[in-house]
Design a protein around this ligand. Structure first.
Ligand SMILES: NC(=O)C1=CN([C@@H]2O[C@H](COP(=O)(O)OP(=O)(O)OC[C@H]3O[C@@H](n4cnc5c(N)ncnc54)[C@H](O)[C@@H]3O)[C@@H](O)[C@H]2O)C=CC1
Ligand SMILES: O=C(CO)COP(=O)(O)O
Length: 332
């Protein structure tokens, strides 16, 4: 049995709310910090999050607040803001955390500018935190409704990964353990960019064969990037890599895939994102992934094509033509 009894969740979006739900179902006390007072009011008063997770009845045990200081007594933190806001979020929570606080990073993105994964951002902002990563195929709506899901919980401290996993596990939410946080994070970053590619393919009506080719060649890109960053191919072959790639590339429930779908159907990026309060992380991560892989000298043609389309540097049809006209090469 884990000693963790009290979880603090930062971020009242769909995934932060779903993770608070998981923690409450696992029997933990939970405080969820959200930026929006109306989200806090709805969670505490009506046990729902109508802005980011509409239509889901939330556990009454979830206590919401706008104040990061209210997370001070927690045994561990789940950090779930959009990746581009992770640094300032961690800087803001830092004064309220005790030394060595376990922080489980649940966001999936690469920081623009620094080209840092979230664990690097954590190391720079709260150097004495004990890092962990939670990632895997898990749509917030499904998880929050109690449908089954399995994820990777990774930490270089195997004992911490186990303690966190045991604390949050329920019969519906099954964590597997890993020690490779670089691999675990890289999978989550790239699958979002690759899901945009799959959405574009779907929107253009390119068929199931193209879809399978994109997933497979995208997985090759993911593996190369993870290894170049010091992660392991075995990690990305698991839930946090291949598993999440398959999920996110296969359902318009994915915000990333649906952005791609809209682009493939001829919308501009501005049109595809118009009026959305939710985040499609691949849009912000794609240029950072391109900068990083060029720096690393890793070949990622699909991610490059997505970055170029999103930046308006190339038309969708030209990007597809470019991918299909690459020189014939060895598959492995
Ligand atoms: N929704 C899902 O099914 C899953 C999402 N994730 C990851 O969780 C992370 C958060 O995504 P969601 O909870 O889905 O978000 P969301 O799209 O439901 O909501 C947007 C979130 O962004 C926050 N936000 C907006 N502007 C901000 C700012 N300036 N500073 C800080 N926060 C700001 C909002 O308060 C809200 O919490 C992302 O990295 C995503 O990839 C991971 C697994 C599943
Ligand atoms: O990460 C997710 C599922 O594992 C959610 O994907 P989207 O952010 O594309 O909706």
């Amino acid at each position: 049995m884990s000693d963790f009894k009290y979880a603090g969740v930062i971020g009242g979006g769909a995934w932060g709310t779903a993770m608070a739900q998981v923690c409450a179902r696992a029997g933990l006390a939970v405080t969820l910090q959200a930026r929006e007072p109306e989200v806090v009011e709805a969670i505490n008063g009506r046990h729902e999050n109508p802005i980011f997770l509409p239509g889901v009845a939330l556990e009454e045990a979830i206590d919401a607040t706008t104040e990061l200081s209210d997370l001070a007594p927690c045994d561990f933190i789940l950090a779930v803001p959009p990746a581009q806001h992770m640094r300032k979020t961690l800087e803001a929570i830092r004064p309220h955390l005790r030394d060595g606080m376990p922080v489980m990073l649940c966001s999936k993105g690469l920081e623009q500018g620094s080209l840092s994964l979230m664990a690097e951002v954590l190391r720079e902002t709260i150097p004495d935190a004990a890092p962990a990563v939670l990632s895997g195929p898990s749509f917030a709506g499904e998880v929050a409704r109690g449908l089954p899901a399995a994820v990777t919980v990774a930490s270089p401290d195997e004992g911490l990964a186990r303690a966190l996993a045991e604390a949050i596990a329920t019969p519906q939410f099954r964590p597997y353990l890993a020690t490779d946080i670089v691999g675990a994070e890289t999978g989550g970053v790239l699958k979002n960019v690759l899901a945009i590619a799959c959405g574009i393919s779907e929107g253009k009506g390119l068929g199931r064969s193209a879809h399978a080719a994109l997933i497979t060649r995208g997985f090759a890109e993911m593996t190369r990037v993870a290894e170049a960053l010091g992660g392991e191919a075995e990690t990305v072959s698991g839930l946090c890599g291949l598993g999440d790639l398959v999920l996110t590339c296969s359902s318009p429930q994915s915000r990333n895939m649906s952005v791609g779908l809209a682009l493939g159907q001829g919308q501009t990026l501005e049109e595809a994102l118009a009026g959305k309060v939710t985040v499609a992380e691949g849009v912000a991560s794609a240029p950072a992934v391109r900068d990083l892989t060029r720096k690393l000298g890793v070949d990622t043609p699909i991610c490059e094509a997505v970055a170029a389309i999103l930046a308006g540097e190339v038309a969708v049809d030209d990007a597809i033509r470019g991918l299909l006209h690459r020189p014939i090469r060895s598959e492995h």
